[in-house]
Write a protein that binds this ligand. Structure first.
Ligand SMILES: Cc1cc2nc3c(=O)[nH]c(=O)nc-3n(C[C@H](O)[C@H](O)[C@H](O)COP(=O)(O)OP(=O)(O)OC[C@H]3O[C@@H](n4cnc5c(N)ncnc54)[C@H](O)[C@@H]3O)c2cc1C
Length: 429
């Protein structure tokens, strides 16, 4: 039977979230005997790993975002609705959204994660975060507005506040963001803001654990720290951020140090983005849904969770859950697609095991750490490998070309081409 969303009498799957996990699931179900509705509050897929480059003016948002409708348009059995899901009623098998209710036979929750401020309200209120494209654009505007502000300040302490940038969290996002800020200090500030003494700009990276990039090997961590310090970033490990006073701009650290700053960039943790209606008993560590080896939410057999929101402990190599990274999300999406078709055809499903392909992070121009299939590289070759893989992983040929051209331009010009303030000033005091 020809697959057609409107006429087909097939089981109906709703997927909440067209991110890394949802997208792979959609691809598996194309032209299959299952009717699929994808709900996402945004109409685009966001390639989050390059968001820090949008925040630092190296790329425009259109280079990393891709319209979900364009992906789904050639898939006759799949439809997209731009909708924010507010609640799930598992008894009536209904999803409630801001545009109305949708009934499902099967449901897949792929809502990803949100920033975790670990209950610190002041830091939540006054920090910038990097979890969405609007966040990245806010941060880009904010960084440039701080430069503008520094020009107009006469008091030393106010200039210090404007030009001190504190990145909290030494995971890949924190390391890459701190590296990008240090590159701005080196190349953008002296060129565009000649009246400012560029040496007054300070970039701090604060990490509570004993090393940055804790998920990578010790050698990669040490190299990343060395690369950052060479770029002039002040890296502090074994140090936690404690309090922020917006009046004075004082950011207190656990070692007693106080940094005066207007800009705290929080990349110290994420937690799952759950939806009301799924029982609290299914929510576990990291605010994620406890799932079994088939990504079924415990106790609700027709509701699945994949990607960052899923917490699975059955995979022998990952008894404390999988890392919240894109490759886990993608692999779970692929397997769930296959498993759903098996479930519909009364065949046994296959349990999920994660194939860890490795990880990487870049630290400014020419430098990266790269671990893939057990091979560890650092420096220039790793940087080339990082760029090649990110280009390949981007969705859409146009986006690849746009990113490549921007990178070539940035490389030749030593500039971040998109130094544009597009957002209104966000008062942080
Ligand atoms: C700045 C940054 C850098 C990163 N860098 C890397 C990296 O280098 N390598 C790596 O492997 N991983 C990286 N990650 C992690 C990676 O992006 C995530 O692991 C991955 O996105 C998880 O995929 P997902 O499908 O679970 O969620 P997402 O990709 O976040 O997708 C979730 C989707 O759900 C939608 N949604 C959420 N709530 C609702 C709702 N209530 N209603 C409707 N729609 C909703 C969202 O709009 C979104 O489209 C990075 C993350 C960030 C934030």
């Amino acid at each position: 039977m020809k697959a057609d969303y409107h006429s087909m009498k097939a089981p109906h799957l709703i997927i909440i979230g067209g991110g890394f996990a949802g997208l792979e699931l959609i691809k598996q179900l194309r032209n299959k005997f299952i009717k699929v509705t994808v709900l996402d509050k945004n109409n685009f897929f966001n390639f989050q790993p390059l968001m820090y480059q949008v925040a630092s003016g190296g790329l425009g948002p259109d280079a990393i975002a891709y319209p979900l409708r364009k992906i789904i348009a050639p898939m006759p059995n799949i439809a997209f609705r731009m909708a924010e899901v507010l609640r799930i009623e598992t008894e009536t098998q209904t999803v409630e959204t801001n545009i109305g209710n949708f009934a499902y036979d099967y449901l897949c929750i792929a809502t990803g994660a949100q920033t975790n401020f670990f209950g610190n309200a002041a830091l939540e209120k006054y920090s910038m975060q990097l979890k969405s494209i609007p966040d990245a654009l806010d941060l880009r505007s904010d960084i440039l507005q701080e430069f503008e502000k520094a020009l107009n300040e006469s008091q030393g302490s106010q200039i210090e506040r404007a030009l001190n940038f504190v990145v909290v969290g030494g995971g890949p996002t924190g390391v890459e963001t701190a590296g990008a800020l240090a590159e701005m200090k080196k190349n953008v500030l002296p060129a565009d803001y000649k009246e400012i003494d560029a040496q007054k700009m300070q970039v701090h990276l604060i990490e509570a654990a004993p090393r940055v990039l804790a998920a990578m090997s010790e050698i990669s961590s040490a190299k990343a720290k060395q690369f950052l310090e060479k770029l002039g970033v002040h890296v502090q490990v074994n140090t936690a951020v404690q309090q922020y006073n917006p009046e004075t701009g004082d950011l207190s650290l656990s070692n007693g140090q106080v940094i005066k700053t207007d800009t705290i960039i929080w990349s110290a943790g994420v937690k799952g983005k759950t939806i009301a209606g799924i029982p609290d008993t299914s929510v576990t560590k990291g605010n994620r849904y406890q799932v079994n080896e088939y990504n079924q939410i415990e106790g609700i057999n027709n509701v699945f969770a994949i990607g960052d929101i899923a917490y699975m402990t059955t995979d022998k190599a990952y008894p404390n859950g999988h890392p919240m990274v894109a490759t886990v999300a993608q692999q779970q999406g692929v397997l769930l697609g296959k498993n759903l078709l098996k479930l519909i055809n009364n065949q046994p499903m296959k349990p999920f095991t994660y194939l860890n392909l490795g990880s990487m992070a870049t630290v400014g121009r020419h430098k990266a750490v790269f671990e893939i299939f057990g091979v560890k590289m650092q420096g220039y070759i790793a940087w080339l490998g990082w760029m090649f893989l990110h280009l390949m992983l981007l969705v859409g040929f146009r986006n690849r070309i746009v990113v490549l051209l921007n990178w070539v331009w940035n490389y030749i010009s030593y500039q971040r081409a998109i130094r544009i303030i597009t957002r209104p000033f966000i008062p942080k005091q």
